[in-house]
Design a protein around this ligand. Structure first.
Ligand code: AMP
Length: 306
């Protein structure tokens, strides 16, 4: 089954303690699509300006991502500038320029409207809702970030009421719920609409909540993290990609999806931008899936009374 993603296609200027890059291809929809393209067919809905050239489009085309719903308009593409300190879990936004995204009105092609899996990547919640309304998908998941939580709270609540799964990081979960305890924050978010909440916790892994279940995994232990940008989106790409590929949306599939998401995110952060994902092989994905399974597997036991 195929996936439709709406989100930002951006140029990012990123500084980490290990280096700096100016105006490299990024954006939530870019990282998501490249990661998900290892699992199934992906269509991307976004807008780019005339600074988006053939070398940028090649990143999508070489992974056979369908760009026919990628609108091109005069002007500059979305630009995000951010910095990370030694705590790579926290991105400090220096500047966000919506540029061509400010006037974007997504109009989907017929093919896009029939896509069974929909991911509303991080972008204005109002745009997420506009795309959601045009697609009768089997499963709808979404992401957001503090920028939208703080600036567009009403639209965000509307979006939350129209999705099945919310995939966010722990700080965002606390902010949306206005609750410091993550378990209580999860319960509050589930009461706002989504039936399932996936919380990304950077180097500490990921957790998944429904009203009646809980699942968690550690992150893949990496010795070198170069650039955490896109970790969340490549996680979501692996997660949704697996669900769409198997067309299974039961608890076991969601759990495996969390592991594939963690695997894709762990590769993405090894290099700047999408570079690592562009070179990734299935052998590498499968090996890391097995390792992650082994890292947290334990046998059943029961202590007899002492
Ligand atoms: P993450 O996976 O959370 O690290 O997301 C990183 C990507 O999000 C970057 O490539 C940015 O271009 C993009 N981004 C940053 N801020 C925003 C925003 N306010 N809306 C949409 N995309 C954003």
């Amino acid at each position: 089954m195929s996936i439709l993603v709406v989100g930002s296609v951006a140029f990012d200027s990123v500084k980490t303690p290990f280096g700096e890059r100016d105006r490299i291809l990024g954006g939530s929809a870019t990282y998501f699509s490249v990661a998900a393209s290892f699992f199934t067919d992906v269509r991307v809905v976004a807008v780019v300006g005339d600074d988006f050239g053939p070398a940028d489009e090649a990143v999508f085309l070489e992974r056979e991502i369908d760009t026919s719903d990628l609108e091109r308009v005069p002007g500059r593409s979305f630009h995000w500038s951010g910095e990370y300190g030694y705590d790579l879990n926290v991105a400090h936004t220096r500047d966000t320029q919506l540029n061509v995204f400010a006037d974007f009105k997504p109009k989907l092609s017929d093919g896009a409207r029939e896509t069974p899996y929909l991911f509303l990547g991080n972008i204005q919640p109002q745009l997420q809702v506009e795309v959601r309304e045009q697609v009768g998908a089997r499963l709808v998941a979404a992401d957001t970030m503090n920028y939208w939580i703080n600036n567009t709270a009403g639209d965000l609540r509307e979006m939350l009421g129209r999705i099945d799964v919310l995939v966010i990081n722990d700080a965002e979960a606390r902010e949306i719920a206005k609750e410091a305890n993550l378990v209580r924050a999860a319960r509050r978010i589930l009461s706002m609409g989504p039936k399932r909440l996936v919380v990304k916790r950077g180097e500490y892994g990921a957790a998944m909540f429904t009203e009646h279940s809980y699942f968690a995994t550690p992150a893949y232990p990496l010795e070198e993290v170069f650039d955490p940008t896109g970790a969340g989106d490549s996680f979501a790409g692996g997660f949704m990609g697996y669900l769409a590929a198997t067309n299974a949306i039961d608890e076991a599939a969601f759990r495996r999806g969390i592991i594939y998401g963690s695997v894709m995110a762990s590769f993405n952060v090894e290099e700047f931008g999408c570079e690592r994902l562009r070179r990734l092989t299935y052998e590498e994905i499968n090996a890391r899936f097995r390792e992650l399974r082994a890292f947290s597997h334990f046998e059943e036991a029961e202590m007899p009374p002492f």
